[in-house]
Design a protein around this ligand. Structure first.
Ligand code: SF4
Length: 433
């Protein structure tokens, strides 16, 4: 892996590589972004740069961006524009001060073949010196970890699910699993160093390995409501459900790891075969390493297999707080969101987990005010929340995100006041505020 984007500064008086420069990483968004930032920090420290304490005493500011909500995007624009004053002052004094933007915003800019998004962010952040795709930072070196007891371990990146509200498949691209052996090696290393808690990270951890097994056949589709749109939009995703089922019946069904033959777990929802996953095996191999806790974020209800439930029940060191995003408790809204499960499917998984793992708790993500959400549909979410008894919910009011199907073919028609009221109802009921 070459980090050609990182300038190299040598102390010319000696041949020794000197820590002359400082870097400061600001991270917006999810744990995956924080884990990426640990690897960015590594890339800089490997060149002898030291970590700065803030925006003033640094030479490089690296901003790892998030686009999941409009508000997160606006905070990035605000920050870069605020840094302009420091940059101008330092540059006048002859000091080096560079602003490098990376993460989701740059991901979408480099995937947008029209170039419009890159032009937009360049215009919105004229003080930025560089837009760096996060893919430039690999997994070759050990991250600079912020916590000496708990470690994040990315197991996959990207997402193939195309929930109609979500920008992630456009910012991070298609799902790519890290090699099984690399993850095991990293976890063994962390165990040897005394780490107590591991959190496996991915946009959809429980579909881990589908691409390792299916290769380019790793296709998933939109449900009927949006399929026509996506057939036009992206030729990669125009396979029909029948074609996918044929593909699944012809692929090899064995996967070998460390001399052990495993049969991938097939996940099936809404009467359709979906994809094979290796996640239950990976989770078991890591749980056996005797960490105090093995956690994973995020999983999707439609890939939550019985085998995964069995594995959680078998190993007490696997987390007892499962984060399982539901997004809505109404089947029509779920369908409009292109989420491949019903409220009944979701409750069935919860009940199975409650039965097998008595001390289990649940957290979730919910979006209120999604396109066309009626009062009755919202009340179905309240009902589901009552049945499940969530410990915590990360609530969001729906906002349009560029390139998503919801933005292109639906209408953001729920008034802000209504979204706010619905948000407050759930916040009070679930989060006790
Ligand atoms: S599963 Fe849906 S919500 Fe989650 S990252 Fe993928 S597209 Fe987004």
């Amino acid at each position: 892996m070459t980090y050609y984007y990182l300038p190299r500064y040598y102390n010319l008086c000696t041949t020794v590589y000197q820590p002359l420069m400082k870097y400061f990483v600001k991270t917006f968004g999810c744990q995956q972004n924080h884990a990426d930032s640990e690897r960015i920090a590594q890339a800089f420290s490997a060149r002898g740069y030291t970590e700065a304490t803030g925006y003033e005493d640094t030479n490089y500011v690296i901003i790892n961006t998030c686009m999941v909500r409009e508000s997160a995007e606006n905070r990035v624009y605000g920050l870069v524009n605020n840094l302009k004053e420091i940059k101008n002052r330092k540059t006048k004094n002859g000091e080096l001060y560079k602003i490098i933007v990376t993460g989701c915003m740059v991901g979408i800019a480099f995937r947008d073949k029209t170039g419009k998004f890159l032009s937009k962010i360049r215009k919105a952040m004229p003080a930025a010196d560089e837009f760096m795709p996060i893919e430039e930072v690999g997994f070759d070196n050990e991250p600079v970890r912020q916590n000496l007891n708990e470690a994040w371990v990315p197991i996959s990146n990207g997402c193939n699910n195309f929930c109609t509200f979500c920008i992630v498949p456009f910012t991070r691209g298609r799902e790519i699993s890290r090699p099984y052996e690399d993850i095991i090696e990293e976890c063994l290393h962390l165990r040897a160093k005394g780490y107590k808690k591991i959190t496996l990270l991915g946009q959809n951890v429980n579909s881990y390995g589908a691409d390792l097994i299916l290769g380019k056949e790793n296709v998933q589709v939109m449900r009927d409501i949006e399929k026509t749109y996506f057939e036009k939009h992206d030729q990669d995703y125009n396979d029909t459900l029948d074609q996918i089922n044929t593909t699944l019946s012809t692929i090899r069904t064995k996967f070998t790891y460390n001399g052990r033959n495993v049969e991938p777990v097939y996940v099936k929802h809404l009467g359709k075969m979906r994809i094979p996953t290796l996640f239950p095996y990976l989770l078991e191999d890591i749980a056996r390493m005797d960490f105090e806790t093995v956690d994973f974020i995020s999983s999707n209800p439609w890939d939550f297999s019985d085998e995964l439930i069995e594995m959680i029940a078998r190993y007490p060191n696997i987390t007892r707080t499962i984060h399982l995003p539901v997004q809505s408790g109404d089947n029509n809204v779920l369908k409009r969101m292109n989420r491949w499960y019903t409220a009944e499917d979701y409750i069935e998984i919860i009940n199975k987990l409650k039965k097998k793992v008595p001390d289990i708790k649940f957290t979730t993500d919910i979006i209120v005010g999604f396109c066309g959400e009626t009062d009755e549909e919202f009340q179905n979410t309240v009902k589901l929340a009552k049945i499940v008894g969530f410990e915590k919910a990360y609530l969001a009011m729906y906002s349009e995100r560029p390139m998503t199907a919801a933005t292109k073919v639906m209408t953001d028609d729920v008034p802000h006041e209504t979204k706010k009221k619905r948000w407050q109802i759930l916040e009070k009921f679930i989060n006790n505020y």
